[in-house]
Design a protein around this ligand. Structure first.
Ligand code: DAH
Length: 366
């Protein structure tokens, strides 16, 4: 057994003499690695008689522990020394100004969503959410788009191959309108919500991306009429674009979930070749831009959501958040929103300290 004692004392001496982490690691492998000398001794235990093993096992085990502990201790000593060296060497000048360009920024979509939440909170709306993986009943059927409804074909839907437990076809929601249904079913009436979120359609060019953002609005109460809708949209758009000269044009339109349906255009004026919102769309050099869909909620939708349409009426609207951001902040390619290009984010992103508030103006940097 002097062999073992010799091995152990040699090992400990060499560990003590190791002068860097690399040398130490080589020693660990030499003694304790798979082919290591102490590991080899451990293996001999299997071939011993029980009596021999009872005698040798604690010794070999003891040598192994002693070597392992010595390696750990030496390693900690190296780390402590390294830390000491760094602390002694590194100097931090606390009088230097903070770095000039902050690294993170708030994406314009997040910024606009915050602005919208702020504006609508002030009008008494709360924020509702729903799942992005929807079933076909909430996304279409309950919104008065039956299986054979032609409007279904207009939404280039991403379907999942499987159905859910109740036999519903599952899909990526094509709009935020299913949140209307979920909110009415859950909360009943009266209700006043906005529902911002991601939506998906199989579509891609400069103005369409397969994923984009919408915000849905829903008001259900007694005696709600088109006047309430018009006032709400006007108030919202004036607050959002931060100007009082916003002119809206309401055009009759068609959506299965509203009756009557109204498409809302906003007037713009051309100032030195640049589109500026707030103009009279009918005046020379001015024009109209389609902005959002809306209308009085169809009786059938109110029924589908489990409410009595003779008692409850309301209005709804849906608008593209990315589009609102483009109009307000002047980007012209939607695809760049989702490229994650650092230069674009640096240019169009917002400071996290620029919280939109109504008192300071919801516009960033106001
Ligand atoms: N869901 C419609 C779409 O994505 C937008 C829309 C139109 C929503 C009219 C509404 C509405 O709530 O009333 O094209």
């Amino acid at each position: 057994m002097t062999d073992l004692a010799q091995l152990q004392s040699d090992a400990l001496a060499r560990i003590e003499a190791a002068d860097d982490a690399e040398a130490l690691e080589a020693l660990r492998i030499e003694f304790l690695g798979k082919q290591g000398s102490i590991s080899a001794l451990m293996k001999t235990l299997g071939k011993m008689t029980p009596e021999e093993r009872q005698e040798q096992a604690p010794k070999i085990q003891g040598a192994r522990t002693a070597v392992a502990d010595a390696i750990t201790a030496r390693k900690e000593a190296f780390e402590a020394a390294e830390l000491e060296r760094k602390l002694a060497e590194e100097r931090l000048d606390l009088t230097l100004p903070a770095p000039q360009s902050p690294k993170g920024s708030v994406h314009p979509v997040s910024q606009v969503m915050d602005e919208l939440a702020e504006i609508f909170a002030d009008l008494g709306f709360s924020v509702a959410t729903g799942p992005e993986i929807e079933d076909d009943w909430h996304n279409f059927t309950a919104l008065n788009m039956a299986e054979t409804h032609p409007a279904r074909a207009m939404h280039d839907t991403f379907y999942f191959p499987d159905q859910d437990a109740d036999g519903n076809r599952m899909l990526l929601r094509t709009h935020t309108s299913p949140v209307q249904i979920r909110s009415m079913v859950k909360e009943g009436a009266p209700i006043r919500i906005i529902a911002p979120g991601r939506v998906y359609r199989s579509d891609s060019d400069a103005t369409h991306t397969p994923m984009f953002h919408q915000i849905e609005g829903l008001v259900i109460d007694r005696d709600i009429n088109l006047g309430h809708l018009k006032w709400t949209l006007e108030t919202f758009l004036k607050a959002f674009f931060e100007r009082d000269d916003i002119v809206l044009r309401l055009r009759p339109s068609y959506f299965p979930f509203t009756e009557p349906s109204v498409e809302v255009d906003v007037g713009w004026q051309d100032v030195k070749g640049r589109r500026v919102l707030g103009g009279d769309g009918d005046a020379p050099g001015h024009g109209w831009m389609e902005l959002l869909g809306s209308g009085m909620v169809n009786r059938r939708v109110i029924e589908f959501a489990g409410l009595d349409p003779d008692e409850w009426q309301g209005f709804a609207f849906g608008v593209g958040v990315d589009r609102l951001a483009m109009l307000k902040y002047g980007m012209d390619d939607l695809r760049a929103f989702f490229d994650g290009d650092q230069r674009w984010l640096d240019h169009y992103g917002f400071s996290p300290f620029d919280q939109p508030t109504l008192s300071a103006g919801v516009g960033a940097g106001a």
